[in-house]
Write a protein that binds this ligand. Structure first.
Ligand code: NAP
Ligand code: GDD
Length: 368
């Protein structure tokens, strides 16, 4: 049985990857942070009690900012594959916590690579580094491929730039099987609540159920290449199954604005919205409602604000969500991953939105 170690196992990708590797027969070890509240919701269904013989899912307390701890875990686990997913992954928050982000996301990656080297595991252990399309930032080319120059636009992206190059350097200097997956945005019902897609699907569920009046959004002109996290963790695994260690762009090759994502998500519950106004004065208004779809989705119970009606204002712009430097457009060129990894996403954007909206409507209906 192969042994995998996943840092960031309690995050969106960590949870899907753990499921995937368990289904492939791996023993899966994960690193979780100590916190005052339980932070293992996404993987609780995989938990095995310590009394279970030959457990295949094992958690270790750890933190990317603690070299001794990272080294000790890797020594104990002796992994065949490490998936380094742990990071302070929120771009806007990285402007408020730049030093911590550099430490966890940048130097944290060095800690993993150096531990593998110092422990004499360079022949045994393959390493996947969670690199990001944020590296392209102020894009120098459209679409972005493995050859497009980087231009990071946030403390998060700058930290990830260090992580990208230190991974390449350890591969070249020490012949480590270390690879960067340059993943474009990927989402799911497990996505953190403050990333834009989940904020939208949660917000729409609450507004549609009369639990809130409207969404407050930042720059809705930004465009992203959105895929489903389930498809993307499969690519991570494929990258480590190749004969040669290389870096890959993982993307759908299509881009959509935040504004269009919002309109598509409202349409999913039968509501057509119209945007009026410009810049920070822009709003969205309910233009029409497909009654049977709306009521079939939402049911007949509503919160204090009641059901949606024609003309209701359901969105405003709030400058607090703007970023000091923005990444306006991302669209990946997945040619290499399609040809070399034979990777093909199963979800399209409509299917992703449907799954996320359904899941959040169900979540909030249960709270009514
Ligand atoms: P996520 O949901 O935010 O999960 C991040 C994980 O890292 C969580 O388990 C978190 O633990 C853990 N973590 C954060 N700081 C840590 C620290 N100092 N020590 C140990 N663990 C720490 O992110 P994700 O969406 O799954 O993304 C996974 C990785 O891919 C991240 O590195 C992200 O930057 C990168 N990435 C994501 C995307 C995307 O679109 N999702 C695209 C490209 C790259 P807690 O649960 O305790 O917070
Ligand atoms: N979060 C958020 N909240 N974003 C908003 C909002 C809002 O209210 N309104 C507009 N946006 C815009 C952001 O300005 C950005 O241009 C876009 O929506 C996407 O924002 P996020 O969902 O926060 O993701 P991200 O693209 O900044 O970063 C994510 O993807 C990267 C890969 O490109 C994260 O998962 C990163 O960890 C990942 O590396």
């Amino acid at each position: 049985m192969k042994v995998a170690l996943i840092t960031g196992i309690t995050g969106q990708d960590g949870a899907y990857l753990a499921e995937l590797l368990l289904s492939k027969g791996y023993v899966v070890h994960g690193v979780k942070r100590r916190s005052s509240l339980i932070n293992t919701d996404r993987v609780d269904h995989l938990y095995e009690d310590v009394s279970v013989e030959n457990r295949r899912f094992i958690m270790h307390y750890g933190d990317m900012t603690d070299s001794l701890n990272i080294t000790a875990i890797i020594q104990k686990v002796q992994p065949d594959e490490i998936y380094n997913l742990a990071a302070m992954s929120h771009v806007k928050v990285s402007f408020e916590e730049p030093e911590y982000t550099a430490n966890a996301d940048g130097i944290g990656t060095l800690r993993v690579l150096e531990a593998v080297r110092l422990l004499g595991l360079t022949e045994k252990t393959k390493i996947y580094q969670a690199s990001t399309s944020e590296l392209y930032g102020l894009v120098q080319e459209v679409p972005q491929s493995e050859k497009t120059p980087f231009y990071p636009r946030s403390p998060y992206a700058v930290a990830k730039l260090y992580a990208y190059w230190i991974t390449v350097n350890y591969r070249e200097a020490y012949n480590l099987f270390a690879c960067n997956g340059i993943l474009f945005n990927h989402e799911s019902p497990l996505r953190g609540e403050t990333f834009v897609t989940r904020k939208i699907t949660r917000g729409i569920a609450q507004v549609a159920l009369g639990m809130d009046k409207q969404l407050f959004m930042g720059n809705i002109d930004a465009k992203r290449d959105w895929g489903h996290a389930k498809d993307y963790v499969e690519a991570m695994w494929l990258i480590l199954q190749q004969n040669n260690a290389e870096d890959y762009v993982i993307a759908t090759g299509e881009t959509t604005s935040v504004r269009d994502f919002i309109a598509m998500a409202f349409l999913e519950i039968g509501v057509t919205i119209k945007f009026n106004g410009t810049d920070i004065n822009e709003v969205a208004i309910v233009e029409s409602i497909d009654e049977s779809k709306y009521l079939e989705y939402i049911g007949s119970e509503f919160g204090e604000h009641g059901r949606l009606e024609l003309g209701d204002q359901v969105l405003s712009i709030d400058e607090r969500y703007f970023r000091p430097t923005e990444v306006e457009l991302l669209i990946g060129d997945p040619t290499k991953s399609k040809t070399k990894l034979n990777w093909q996403p199963k979800y399209d954007l409509k299917g992703l939105i449907e799954e996320m909206v359904k899941s959040d409507v169900q979540l909030f209906r249960s709270k009514l």
